[in-house]
Design a protein around this ligand. Structure first.
Ligand code: GDP
Length: 368
């Protein structure tokens, strides 16, 4: 039988197959006297937290035991993929613990963004999903915007408790913790103190906060409600904004349609001719057509002319689900979570938004 190894840093079972999953170490590391997982290795030698992921079951187990602890929960989401980066069900396990919601990647939002409206939308959306954060903060680990504020807020809110940083993969949780590590300027082996969640095989890395309490890095949940799981690396690159989103204005008449790549479709069903502003990755290809031709175009050219997805790379062309909306007096955004949003300022307009069923589609008061 195969020998079982445990990380001497955090105690997690060592696996040699998947570098992105908890407990990974390369085969060669098993020959050393002291075996540590990649995450502990990086922290020890480079003072850096490495992102790792876990599946649903482990994540639920982690939260179930968090419920019994007195803690401050810092929940990190991706501001351009709110629904895709939301962890559903987490609210049940937070218990009475206070929650700080941190929306990362604000550097991707255009200058025209109204941060107050955005914060209010985040607060309301979280609450609609069953979680009532005490505070909502905006942050960018790339530009550093908001990091000091988040750090101060954590200090203020934790009141002698441990701090658990949770989020799904790719929201920038590791980047954030690395910023915190750099702020504290801590180095070396003393950093690796770890904790186990009772009843789970999950090992956490604790970062001492100086009063005997810790900031705890938890593994990220792989969330299925993301475009990331519908696309390959190439397709994903085209839809993921890398720098500030540049809005594009479209003059539309009723009966016209916009395709965002082959991943979403927007129909202007009824209303006076007017301008619609598309916010999406600058590389994303947008195709204008007539509503009456849209079904046909999608079934013939989805995955070919309308890309991504790329059929040639084996990406699937998904059926699109329709969501209908009516716009009132106030300008609204129709949000395709993870892909972008469209600002509508036509009073009384009726629009339809189509997206794969995996993708969150929502309407909000425009944040511009
Ligand atoms: P984790 O899986 O939640 O630990 O996320 P990572 O810290 O590994 O970051 C995931 C991806 O998002 C990486 O490609 C980062 O470069 C990127 N990222 C993280 N923070 C930001 C941010 O504030 N702005 C932008 N534009 N990208 C970010």
């Amino acid at each position: 039988s195969k020998e079982e190894w445990h990380c001497s840093g955090c105690g997690v079972s060592i696996q040699t197959e998947d570098p992105k999953k908890l407990g990974y170490a390369p085969e060669s590391a098993l020959k050393r006297d002291v075996v540590v997982c990649k995450r502990c290795y990086r922290l020890k030698h480079y003072n850096e937290i490495e992102p790792v992921s876990i599946g649903d079951e482990d994540f639920q187990a982690m939260f179930a035991s968090l419920h019994h602890k007195k803690a401050l929960i810092v929940k990190v989401v991706d501001v351009v993929d709110f629904y895709g980066s939301w962890i559903s069900g987490a609210q049940r396990f937070v218990g009475k613990n206070p929650v700080l919601l941190v929306a990362n990647k604000v550097d991707l939002l255009p200058k025209s963004t109204n941060r107050n409206k955005l914060t209010n939308w985040l607060k309301k959306s979280a609450s609609d999903l069953g979680l009532k954060p005490l505070e909502v903060k905006l942050m960018s680990t790339v530009t550093g915007e908001g990091i000091d504020d988040v750090a101060l807020t954590i200090d203020d809110m934790r009141r002698g408790r441990d701090v658990y940083v949770v989020g799904c993969t790719n929201v920038g949780k590791s980047s954030f913790i690395n910023r915190i590590l750099a702020m504290h300027g801590q180095t070396g082996e003393a950093m690796i103190t770890t904790s186990h969640f009772p009843g789970t095989t999950l090992a956490m890395i604790d970062i001492p906060l100086g009063d005997g309490k810790s900031l705890v890095d938890t593994p990220g949940l792989v969330n299925r409600h993301q475009y990331a799981h519908l696309l390959s690396v190439k397709g994903l690159k085209e839809i993921t904004p890398k720098k500030e989103i540049k809005p594009i204005v479209y003059q539309l008449k009723e009966g016209q349609t916009l395709f965002l790549g082959g991943l979403a479709r927007f129909d202007f069903v009824k209303g006076a001719p007017s301008s619609f502003i598309v916010y999406a990755a600058n590389r994303l290809h947008i195709h204008r057509t007539k509503m009456e031709k849209a079904d046909d175009l999608y079934s013939k050219h989805g995955g070919e002319l309308l890309v991504p997805p790329y059929k040639e790379d084996g990406e699937q062309v998904r059926p699109l689900v329709k969501h209908s909306f009516k716009v009132g007096k106030e300008p609204m955004d129709i949000v395709f979570s993870g892909l972008g949003w469209i600002r509508i300022q036509t009073e009384g307009a009726i629009v339809e938004a189509h997206a794969p069923k995996e993708v969150g589609v929502a309407i909000r008061r425009s944040i511009h």
